[in-house]
Design a protein around this ligand. Structure first.
Ligand code: SF4
Length: 235
């Protein structure tokens, strides 16, 4: 499995390049809040909602004092305002209960599994969100699995699973050192631009020769757009 992942990673790099990575890793609370905002919307809308919050509240303790309704209004552009504002409130409450401050830096001392356990104990935070904190804020070699990553890895045939969570544990068990960020980011680009949920554009895919998907599509759909804006490398 490790060799296969390496091969796929190399092919993706030869097509998409090595993805941009912010030099300064974002604060874990920022990553967590941005990832909560990104659920069921695109990166541009969630970035807008995140920017709105940052403009309105200089520090996260100020956000903790705000009413859920006012948070809901500020993040409206990202959709699911009621649910997301509730999760953000839960998160901030739990942070003060556990640490007495709005800060998650203590997690950096823990191993990956412990951080996932700690974060997923918060209502509304799942494995994907927790793993984004591991990769983007703590620089761990962990590849988060969203719907794009799950779909493409299954189509290629690297895994055969029926949920992103199962894909996450399987792929991360075999992930070669130091490739998590590039592998994750390029799989998202592949899923957005080429291996789309409906009809994949197999004729332009860099993984064509290595892909086991049986329903390949060779009719090139119109309007292929590059979409390289990635929220968690931009906050
Ligand atoms: S060959 Fe087609 S199905 Fe396979 S990864 Fe590429 S776009 Fe997706």
């Amino acid at each position: 499995m490790k060799k296969k992942i390496d091969k796929i990673n190399d092919l993706l790099i030869s097509y998409f390049g090595i993805p941009f990575r912010a030099k300064k890793l974002p604060d874990p609370t920022d990553t967590l809040i941005a990832t909560i905002l990104s659920q069921n919307t695109n990166d541009k809308n969630s970035f807008q909602a995140f920017t709105n919050l940052k403009k309105k509240f200089k520090f996260w303790q100020d956000l903790a004092m705000a009413t859920q309704k006012s948070i809901e209004n500020i993040i409206r552009v990202a959709g699911l305002g009621k649910q997301k504002s509730g999760t953000i409130k839960n998160l901030l409450e739990l942070m003060t209960e556990k640490n007495g401050k709005y800060d998650l830096s203590h997690l950096s001392e823990m191993d990956d599994d412990k951080i996932i356990d700690e974060l997923t104990s918060i209502n509304g935070i799942g494995v994907k969100t927790a793993s984004c904190v591991l990769l983007f804020s703590f620089g761990r070699n962990v590849c988060p699995v969203d719907t794009h990553v799950h779909r493409t890895l299954n189509r290629i045939g690297l895994v055969k699973t029926n949920s992103p969570e199962k894909t996450f544990y399987l792929i991360n068990e075999h992930l070669p050192d130091g490739i998590a960020h590039q592998f994750h980011t390029n799989l998202i680009k592949l899923g957005r631009e080429i291996c789309k949920p409906g009809k994949p554009n197999c004729s332009i895919c860099p993984l064509l020769k290595n892909c086991k998907f049986e329903q390949k599509n060779f009719t090139l759909s119109k309007g292929i757009r590059q979409n390289s804006f990635l929220l968690l490398d931009s906050i």
